[in-house]
Design a protein around this ligand. Sequence first.
Ligand SMILES: O=C(O)CCC(=O)C(=O)O
Length: 309
Amino acid sequence: MLRLMSSGNTGKILKMGNCEMELGGPYLGTLRDSNDILADVSALRERIDEDGYLLIRGLQRRENVEAGRRVILENLAENGQIDCAHDLDDAVMVEGAGGGFLGGAKRVTHADEFLGVVESPEIMGFFDFYFGEPTRTFDYKWLRAVGTGGSTGFHYDAVYMSRGSERLHTVWTPFSDTSYADGPLALLLGSHDLPSYEKIRETYGRMDVDRDNVGGWFSHDPVDMIDRYGGRLGTTEFQMGDVLIFGLFTMHGSIVNETNRFRISADTRYQPAADSIDERWVGETPKAHYKWGKEPQIPMKDARAEWGI
Ligand SMILES: O=C(O)CCC(=O)C(=O)O
């Protein structure tokens, strides 16, 4: 069942891919937080089964996130990405800056300040409680500085990292206060459990980008997906300290960044330590995607035609 909260921003138009959607309209609503049930593990598990996500406000200590943010911004500045005419903390891009993906860039993603957030006692403790057993996180960390006009296409994380635990969870952690204009993450609610998504989960969702060499993003067109398969998008504005948690089969992408600042966020992974683990993402120097992206890929539209979805 889909649950969305109403919002004071109802009526605002947000862009995703080539689509424009009205917040509070038929395609897009806002996410609800689960802070009221944080101490109740059964309620948390029921909530994620039902909604496909947990939004927790202020789980991380804001000062820790700000310290991580500083390290990231300093790295972007050293690489000529930040417009020095502005305060570093404003994260204003130099014109034409690439920003992009800092995943695996160890100088940043293994800095104490960054790890102090994504491996903090708050997040590890949350998962120990939620799983009811000790937690392990991938050594590889995904970190993104998304520039003007940038956004992420819709995908299941399963296609990138499902060689280990089925209980793998993603945590999306903003390292910016992220307004709608900054391009926050958006979830396709219902994609984890609606029967109309079952064929997608069983075909695309069982794909492995390194084995199958297909492009990872299922769609840039959430309106088309919702028209065909149902569900509704949910997003929200974030403050540093908030986290958004979801599983391998919650389809997600992001709203377009319409500002001149970087939208900075990390997506990191957590699972029970006792479960098997996807070998690409662990160790001193994780192997990462060893094939995908290194040779021409099968276009998603061809793969979708083959799968009949
Ligand atoms: O932050 C983004 O734009 C994408 C993040 C993502 O794909 C993820 O959290 O798995």
